[in-house]
Design a protein around this ligand. Structure first.
Ligand code: HEC
Ligand code: HEC
Length: 170
């Protein structure tokens, strides 16, 4: 009986102590101060360049097309090569394909342009057609012009030659 009372007393003292410390904390000026400024919501889209979502930052300057630049190395064999010349005003419509004026089999020699590769003549069953396959007709679906645009998202891509070289290193 006495033991129980002692235990109850300790429990009660603990409760008082704990609630006391809580009430002390509640009066703590730092604890009652208004919560820090609301979290700034930042976009993960690099195009916004870190501007909070509720703000409209000025548009980034457009990248400059590098006309007549050297052909860039492809990062992997199946990469569509980037376009080393301006394509301003080049139309690709149902009736006309300006790119094919120079890049067709017949036009390549005249304009000293590389002919589209044989994959551009293949249908989805790898059957080689007489003309560019519809799935390769809209050139800019895959090929982009070379510009001086800066990299928006950093990456640590290594091409396969580098990977092989590193694997061979003792
Ligand atoms: C007036 C002729 C002409 C037209 C039209 C033209 N090109 Fe080109 N293109 C060239 C020439 C010439 C080169 C080679 C440039 C060099 O070797 O530096 C070339 C290079 C390229 C390359 C690089 C190929 C490689 O192996 O690196 C691509 C891709 C390309 N053009 C795509 C296009 C696309 C897409 C269009 C249409 C939007 C187009 N070209 C329109 C003449 C043309
Ligand atoms: C569906 C994507 C796709 C489309 C559409 C496409 N290409 Fe390509 N292109 C590629 C790929 C991938 C390569 C590199 C591998 C290969 O040759 O298939 C390439 C390679 C090329 C090359 C280099 C050929 C060589 O032998 O070096 C030229 C030039 C080219 N394309 C021009 C064009 C033109 C012009 C068009 C429009 C008529 C076009 N491409 C449409 C994906 C495409």
């Amino acid at each position: 009986m006495r033991k129980q009372t002692v235990i109850m007393g300790i429990v009660a003292a603990l409760v008082v102590a704990v609630s006391g410390s809580w009430s002390v904390r509640a009066q703590d000026p730092e604890a009652t101060a208004p919560a820090a400024a609301p979290t700034e919501y930042r976009s993960i889209d690099a195009l916004r360049r870190g501007a909070p979502l509720q703000e409209e930052p000025p548009a980034a300057p457009m990248a400059r097309v590098l006309d007549g630049e050297r052909r860039r190395e492809r990062d992997w064999p199946e990469m569509p090569p980037t376009i080393p010349h301006s394509i301003d005003g080049y139309q690709v419509t149902r009736n006309a394909n300006r790119c094919m004026v120079c890049h067709s089999r017949a036009g390549a020699e005249r304009f000293m342009a590389p002919m589209v590769s044989v994959t551009h003549f293949m249908d989805r069953d790898s059957q080689v057609l007489a003309q560019v396959s519809p799935r390769r007709y809209f050139c800019t679906q895959c090929h982009v012009v070379q510009t001086d645009a800066r990299v928006l998202v950093e990456n640590d891509f290594l091409d396969v030659d580098t990977v092989i070289d590193r694997a061979r290193e003792p």
